[in-house]
Design a protein around this ligand. Structure first.
Ligand code: PBG
Length: 324
């Protein structure tokens, strides 16, 4: 035998020397759930280890993460039912707690990279990402105005990246133009480019209480059976001015991450979603697998597939492991 691949695996030193993929805390964006009010930290039951924080406590959480080397955060609002309506009007209210909290976070930690979410679902009585008409249709073009207003109010807080997660057609260009017209040409857009109609968002919808009241999201989120359709979305979002292209979920869509990476010059992000987090946590709690090892292997696989940026609820815990 002339060729013995095992020679390159014979010691830790050699294994590390030939390692193709290295995970670092710089790869991560940590999603955070924001509560209205003060001094509250409420566990998300379906996501062990993840909490919803009021802004005062979220600032402490961010500080801890920064010390661990995690520098980017994606903040989602938990909106009480009393604030919701059909047009998601609180989403463009500059006095709403989410907007005030973003300002506070950005002024306390100007060095942190703060990303926000643009979609109607947390604020909508229908629980959909767009406007729902009387027949249950999700209106595309009418929704763009709502999304642009929301993006502008968020950009005014000084945040770094707008994250349109709604999957309406044409929204990247629409938002880009409104931002530019108002002097926010330096606010980035991370487009949820290939976002699939996935069962893995369940725990997130628990955390935000944002599940659709009727129907599903299949007329706007992508069919899990499709891969090449992601190239159409990627081309459009790149032309429309996106700065990053995201694939979501991550683990069940590693082929899509790879495909977009091979066919694009833009940085590719992958969202390791709530259900993917909870699977590992639940099995680890039962003692069915080594949770820490499974977490690190999941994150490494997402990077190996081609993701430059990983949004993950594991970010803080993984940073603690990487530090060891
Ligand atoms: C909604 C949104 C969702 C997630 C991020 N933004 C859920 C959905 O589309 O229903 C899911 C994130 C996760 O599961 O971790 N605009």
């Amino acid at each position: 035998m002339l060729i013995r691949p095992r020679r390159n695996r014979k010691s830790a030193a050699i294994r590390e020397m030939v390692e193709e993929t290295t995970l670092t805390t710089k790869d991560f964006i940590f999603p955070l759930f924001l509560l209205e009010g003060k001094n509250k930290k409420v566990a998300v039951d379906s996501m062990p280890g993840i909490y919803r924080f009021t802004v005062d406590l979220m600032l402490k959480e961010i500080e801890e993460c920064l010390q661990l080397g995690v520098k980017a955060f994606d903040v989602f609002p938990v909106v009480e039912e009393k604030h919701k309506d059909k047009m998601a009007s609180k989403s463009a209210d500059e006095n709403f707690f989410y907007i005030k909290a973003l300002k506070e976070i950005k002024s306390k930690f100007p060095e942190a990279c703060i990303m926000t979410d643009v979609a109607m679902d947390p604020y909508s009585t229908d629980g959909h990402d767009g406007i729902v008409d009387e027949n249950g249709n999700i209106l595309n073009d009418e929704t763009l105005d709502v999304l642009a207003d929301m993006a502008l109010v968020q950009a005014e807080t000084g945040i770094d990246i707008i994250g349109p997660s709604d999957m309406m057609d044409g929204r990247v260009e629409f938002i880009r133009e409104v931002l530019d017209e108002n002097g926010f040409e330096n606010t980035s857009i991370m487009s949820y480019c290939a976002k699939y109609a996935s069962a893995f968002y369940g725990p997130f919808r628990d955390a935000l209480d944002s599940a659709p009241k009727s129907g599903d999201k299949k007329t706007y989120q992508m069919n899990p059976a499709n891969k090449y359709e992601a190239l159409i979305e990627a081309e459009l979002d790149a032309q429309e001015g996106a700065d990053f292209l995201m694939v979501k979920p991550a683990l069940a869509y590693l082929d899509v991450i790879h495909l977009l990476k091979e066919n694009n010059e833009l940085p590719i992000a992958a969202y390791n979603v709530s259900g993917e987090y909870s699977l590992v946590k639940a099995a680890a709690e039962k003692g069915w697998l080594d949770g820490e090892a499974a977490m690190m292997e999941s994150l490494l696989s997402i990077k190996r597939a081609g993701a430059d940026v990983i949004l993950s609820y594991f970010a803080k815990e993984a940073a603690q492991v990487l530090r060891k």
